[in-house]
Structure formats: structure tokens, C-alpha cells
Design a protein around this ligand. Structure first.
Ligand code: ATP
Ligand code: MG
Length: 248
């Protein structure tokens, strides 16, 4: 089996508490009046490690589930894999092309229409215009957005944006598909349809990383799972075993 992602002791830190707000002494009125001036010039910044000492490998065709409580670092991990963030510690090797990070609202230019966003995402993913044109009809049809496809994405509901993101990712395929909590967003009918599509995608040998709080989806799709808590890897292994420990 060929390794497609190998992460070794990766860590990423954010600088928090920059320019502390002296908000305790201020009323909302002061804040509104003074705007930015309420920022203190004191530098109270400190490093916050959103992920640390995280190691795992993903082979071609693996469906990796990522679980963990809110703020544990799951989306940050996907952003690292997608190349949006670079690590401060350790090493990560990604040997494949990545589909755009599929998460709510990200990846889209709100002022552009859904139609233009299909092309924008396609180009960012490295597709040629004619390759995108080959799939655009399928994407629009699958998303069921109708004429809204020509409206700016900023006017979409979160479910509509998720439909479009999902449709783009399943038709413009790259080596690794990253899914951050979008499977459960559509309405009941779209969810059924996207679950069916996911089964097809998985059967085709696609490598997928799914972040979700919906453990049923993780359990159905993922053959491997990692559990992250407060930025640290608690467990990596077989999905059923990890989920059993995670919920206990
Ligand atoms: N750009 C950033 N600057 C500062 N802190 C950040 C940044 N991005 C993420 N964080 C922090 O890193 C931690 C992990 O965030 P992340 O979004 O990865 O959590 P998550 O596991 O995806 O949570 P959820 O289940 O709520 O989606 C959080 O404490 C978050 O506030
Ligand atoms: Mg998240």
C-alpha cells in the first residue's frame, strides 16, 4: 500500500492575546465610540499550540475519520493538509493533489455566483477550463440549485453553499478529498443523495479524510480513525475501536 500522507510529530501554534483588550473597564458605549482605540498597546501575547505531537499515516484509498470535541484541532489539521497553514514543528508529507477544503462557507468567493465559483475552485485545484466545462453540468444538476447557481454565493443558505461545495468536490476529483462537517448539512433528501454519492466515491478508491461530529457517518465510511483532544492525538486505529473509546 502506498502512503499518501505521512505526518510526524506535527505541531502548530497560534499567537493569542495580542494587544489585550482592556475591556473590563469599558462599557459597550465606550467601545462603540472609540473603535480601535480601546485596544491596549500592552503585548499580552502567548503561544497556543492548536496541535502538537500528532503523527499518523494515510495510505491511498484510506477513508480516515477525524473525531474530537469542539476546538480540539480537527479543522486546523485539515488546513495543514490542504496547505493553508504550515506546521511549526514536525514534518508532514503529502504525496497527492488535494480537493478544496470542503467546509461550510469556505472556498467560495461570496460576491461571485455559484457558477463562477465552480470555475474558481476548479482552477485553484489545478483543472484546465475545458476539464471544468466537462463537469459543470453534472455539478449544477447534482447541487439542485436551479437558477440560484447564477446568484452570488453570499445569498445562499448554509445548506445551499454546502450542496455546491459537495457537488464540486465529488465531480472535480483530486487524489485526496477533505471533508469538514458538511455531510450532515443538507436537508434530508440531499443527505440521502450525498450519502449514496459518497459510497460511490469510496468504492472508486478515492482517499478521503472526513471530520465529523456525526459518528454514524464516520462509522459507515471510515476504515481508520484518529481522535484528537486539545490538540493531542489520543488514539489512532480501527474506526470501531476508536469510536468505542471516544464515546465511553
Ligand atoms: N487562525 C487561528 N488563530 C488563532 N487560533 C486559532 C486559529 N485557528 C484555529 N485556532 C484555535 O485552534 C483551536 C482548534 O480549532 P479548530 O477549528 O481546529 O477546532 P475543531 O476541532 O475543528 O473544532 P470544531 O469541532 O468546533 O469544528 C481552537 O482553540 C481555535 O480557537
Ligand atoms: Mg472544525
Amino acid at each position: 500500500m502506498s502512503t499518501i500522507i505521512k505526518a510526524e510529530n506535527i505541531g502548530i501554534k497560534f499567537s493569542l492575546g495580542k494587544k489585550g483588550y482592556k475591556k473590563m473597564q469599558l462599557t459597550l458605549g465606550d467601545v462603540l465610540k472609540k473603535g480601535n482605540q480601546v485596544r491596549s498597546t500592552d503585548d499580552n501575547s502567548y503561544d497556543f499550540w492548536a496541535l502538537r505531537n500528532v503523527s499518523f499515516t494515510i495510505n491511498k484509498g484510506d477513508i480516515l475519520g477525524v473525531v474530537g470535541s469542539n476546538g480540539s484541532g480537527k479543522s486546523t489539521l485539515l488546513r495543514i493538509i490542504a496547505g493553508v497553514y504550515s506546521v511549526d514543528e514536525g514534518e508532514i508529507e503529502v504525496s497527492g493533489t488535494i480537493s478544496p477544503l470542503l467546509s461550510l462557507g469556505t472556498g467560495f468567493k461570496p460576491a461571485l455566483s455559484g457558477y463562477d465559483n465552480i470555475f474558481l475552485n476548479g482552477v485553484i485545484m489545478g483543472f484546465q477550463k475545458h476539464e471544468i466545462e466537462e463537469h459543470v453540468k453534472d455539478i449544477i444538476e447534482f447541487s439542485e440549485l436551479g437558477n440560484f447557481i447564477f446568484e452570488p454565493v453570499k445569498n445562499y443558505s448554509s445548506g445551499m453553499a454546502a450542496r455546491l461545495g459537495f457537488s464540486i468536490a465529488v465531480f472535480l476529483k483530486r487524489d485526496i478529498m477533505l471533508i469538514d462537517e458538511v455531510l450532515g448539512v443538507g436537508d434530508y433528501k440531499f443527505r440521502e443523495k450525498s450519502q449514496q454519492k459518497m459510497r460511490e466515491v469510496i468504492k472508486s478508491g478515492q482517499t478521503v479524510i472526513i471530520v465529523s461530529h456525526n459518528l454514524e457517518s464516520i462509522s459507515e465510511y471510515a476504515n481508520k480513525c484518529i481522535w484528537i483532544n486539545k490538540g493531542e492525538l489520543v488514539m489512532e486505529g480501527d474506526t470501531d475501536e476508536v469510536l468505542k473509546k471516544y464515546v465511553s
